[in-house]
Structures are given as C-alpha cells and as structure tokens.
Design a protein around this ligand. Structure first.
Ligand code: P6P
Length: 335
C-alpha cells in the first residue's frame, strides 16, 4: 500500500522548508487540525446529539446562531487557548478577539477563524466548513491588540479550511502551494489525498446567488450575462452551482475550475462576506493554487481590514474570470 503521508508529517516537512524550525509552527498547525477533527465529530453526530437547530441568539453579524456554531466556536477556542506560541484568537462569531491563557504576551502567532461557515445549511445536511488563517506579529512581550489582526492577507503565514462533507477534508497552504488531506476515521488522521492542488484553467462552474440579480450593480449583471450568454467557447460547458456554503462552493471550484462571486449589491453595499475570516484565507489559497481573488477593484490580499468584522465583495477563482469581472466593474462602476 502506498505510504500514507499524514498531515502531521506534512506540516513537519513544510516547517523544515521555510519556517523557523522551533517546532512552534508545527504544533500550532497540528492543534488547528485536531480542533477541526473535534468539530467534524460534532457535525457528524449533530442529529444524534440533538444539537441541530437554532439557539434563538444572533451573533455579531446579526445572524441566527445554531447550537453547532457555539459548540464549534468553543471547541476551537479551547483547543487553541493552551498554545504558548499563540497570543490571540479572533472568531467570526465573537465581537472582539481574545488573548490566550498560555501565550498572551509571549506568543508570536495570531489565529482568526470562522468556526462553522455555512451553518445555515446544518439542518439540511449540506457540507459546511471551518476557515482559518494564521499571522505573526512583529514583536512579543506585550498584550496583542486588534491592530495585530488588521494586516493585509499577503502577511498571512498560513491559511486553510476544513470541509465537513461526504468526507472531511483539510486543505491548507503555508505559502508553498496547496495540499489537501482526507480524514481517515479509522486512523483518526488526515492523510494526503490531493497533493499540490492547482486550479484547472477552465470555467466549469459559475457560483453566484442569482436570486440577488435585481440588487446587483450593472458591472455584476454584465459579468454574469457574459458567462451565461456563452459569449465565448470557454463558457460552452460552464454550469451554475451555488449551495450557500462558501467553503463547499470554494472547494468544488478549486477542484473543477470556476469562479465564485458574492458582490456588493444594493442590500449589502459593503458585500456580505468577511474580509478577515473568509476572503483573506481563501484568497491566499486560490493564489497559491494559481487563481486570483479581488473585490472587483483590488487584490483581496492587498486590502487592509478596517476592523475585525470588515466585509468585502469577493470574486475568487480562475484569473481569467476574476479579471473579466474587474473589467466590467471598471466599465460600469458602482454608484
Ligand atoms: P446567501 C453562509 O452564511 C455564508 O456566509 C457563506 O458561507 C455563503 O457563501 C453565503 O453566506 C451565502 O449567502 O446570501 O447567498 O445565502
């Protein structure tokens, strides 16, 4: 049987290639992976553990909170709170960041995560996911501040996601390409299944919520019409797929080739998706896989968030389509 390359070993190899070999980074990444395995177990047993459904609360985004959101959020924070190299954690579910118990002043790394993206799909058994990013602060010795989180995505040292679907996968990059691992429940380990993931240069899929058409600005409408109108041979076989779970839509497009767009529109003038918790990590991954991500005007990885919960237009996938969106955006502009 082919040798199984576990995520743990892969992280060690990556660390040898280009991070200080203190072991801190390896331990950090391994804890993130383990946290996603805990969430995967909770998600897989959600119906049985009777944790489906809503809590009746709303989060900082004003979204209804599901019980699994809370469980996933608390699991991730508990798993990462004990790491001496981590000084702070920021969650999409929480209004502000938290300093860790173990590394508040000594820790160099900061972790931001969306604990359970797409959670509105939990009750109908559609794939959901956890998205994370890791950044490093310049100095240690003091308590971290929110500003330590607000750098451009180009400063991230790692980004990745877990997708809880027909199988659980962990996909990540440390700036040296993208690799995907599938959870082997029998072993309890993530095993390399998608080495050096590269975005196919074909627009197999267009992912956008078409029911928002009447809210789109003209540039978005023209972009979609260009593809749906099959104005080029490239789009003869393009199909629409949109399941309202960003991680699942992104993961499918990464494998098949395609473009996802959640544009600013008249009801969400800043865009709906979060720059720090969703757009930045996925932008790092897609660029490492040979694609692109912009907000229609600038590279996502160049944008400095103006706050933890900053939102952004996200157009992400094949470079050709992302650039096409930018041309239509420039031609029509936003009011
Ligand atoms: P809409 C889920 O709530 C989420 O943040 C992303 O996972 C998903 O892509 C998007 O919102 C779906 O939003 O407005 O199309 O339902």
């Amino acid at each position: 049987m082919a040798e199984l390359l576990t995520l743990s070993r892969h992280i060690l190899q990556q660390a040898r290639d280009h991070h200080e070999a203190t072991g801190d980074f390896n331990l950090l990444m391994s804890h993130i992976a383990t946290a996603t395995k805990v969430v995967a177990r909770q998600v897989s047993k959600a119906g049985l553990l009777n944790v489906l459904g809503k809590t009746g609360d709303t989060n900082v985004q004003g979204e209804e909170v599901t019980k699994l959101d809370i469980i996933a959020n608390e699991s991730l924070k508990a798993m990462l709170d004990d790491l001496p190299m981590v000084c702070a954690l920021a969650s999409e579910e929480d209004a502000s960041f938290v300093t860790t118990r173990a590394g508040a002043t000594s820790g160099r790394y900061l972790i931001a995560f969306d604990p359970l993206d797409g959670s509105s799909n939990i009750d109908v058994n559609v794939s959901i996911g956890t998205i994370f990013s890791v950044r490093r602060r310049a100095t240690v010795g003091e308590l971290p501040t929110e500003a330590d989180f607000l750098g451009p995505g180009s400063e991230l040292v790692a980004a990745g996601y877990a997708v809880y679907g027909s199988s659980t996968m962990f996909v990540y990059t440390t700036g040296k390409g993208v690799d995907g691992f599938t959870l082997d429940p029998g072993v309890g380990e993530y095993v390399l299944s998608h080495r050096n993931m590269t975005l196919p240069d074909r627009c197999r899929v267009l992912s956008i919520n078409g029911t928002n058409r009447d809210r789109w600005y003209p540039g978005t409408q023209a972009f979609v019409d260009h593809i749906v109108g099959r104005t080029e041979a490239r789009y003869e076989r393009t199909t629409g797929r949109y399941i309202g779970s960003l991680v699942a839509d992104f993961h499918r497009n990464l494998i098949y080739g395609g473009v996802f767009a959640y544009p600013a529109d008249t009801s969400s003038p800043e865009g709906k998706l979060r720059l720090l918790f969703e757009a930045q990590p996925l932008a790092l991954i897609i660029e490492q896989a040979g694609g692109a991500a912009t907000d229609g005007r600038q590279r996502i990885l160049d944008i400095r968030p103006d706050g933890l919960h900053a939102r952004a237009t996200l157009v992400i996938g094949n470079t050709r389509e992302v650039e096409l969106y930018g041309r239509y955006e420039a031609a029509h502009g936003q009011p």
